[in-house]
Write a protein that binds this ligand. Structure first.
Ligand code: THU
Length: 130
């Protein structure tokens, strides 16, 4: 099954009663395993979590530590774009050249990379004097 299909499937489980906007994310870690996540909202709105954060949490919980590829899907007019916070979260576990596939449920696909999504990102190098 493709990464997009994994993301499409887990999106069905999203808990999004407030925004009604269901998102699915699937990543392949460098071990080859697939980890998935969906958005999980909360009545205290800022406590909700994004699909990408869920997939990353699943990857870490499973003992994997690096993203080889990631896909995100939503029912949007154009391929869904990870929020700023999720770009930073993805960058923690992916090199800049890692492929990010953004898709809509009706099949529009946009391929990009972690570096393109988060240019000039803050990384550990900035803390090298500490
Ligand atoms: N959302 C994600 O899960 N991932 C994204 O890339 C964009 C936004 C969620 C957060 C919230 O539950 C809903 O979509 C509307 O913002």
């Amino acid at each position: 099954m493709s990464l997009i299909d994994h993301a499409r499937m887990v999106r069905e489980n999203a808990y999004a009663p407030y925004s009604k906007f269901k998102v699915g994310a699937a990543l392949r870690s460098t071990s080859g395993a697939v980890h998935v996540g969906c958005n999980v909202e909360n009545v205290a709105y800022p406590e909700g979590t994004c699909a990408e954060a869920g997939a990353i949490a699943a990857m870490i919980a499973a003992g994997d530590t690096a993203i080889a590829e990631i896909a995100v899907i939503a029912d949007s007019p154009k391929p869904v774009s990870p929020c700023g916070g999720c770009r930073q979260k993805i960058a923690e576990f992916a090199s800049g050249d890692v492929k990010v596939t953004l898709t809509t449920t009706d099949g529009i696909v946009q391929e990009t990379t972690v570096a393109a999504l988060l240019p000039g990102s803050f990384d550990a190098d900035y803390m090298s004097r500490v």
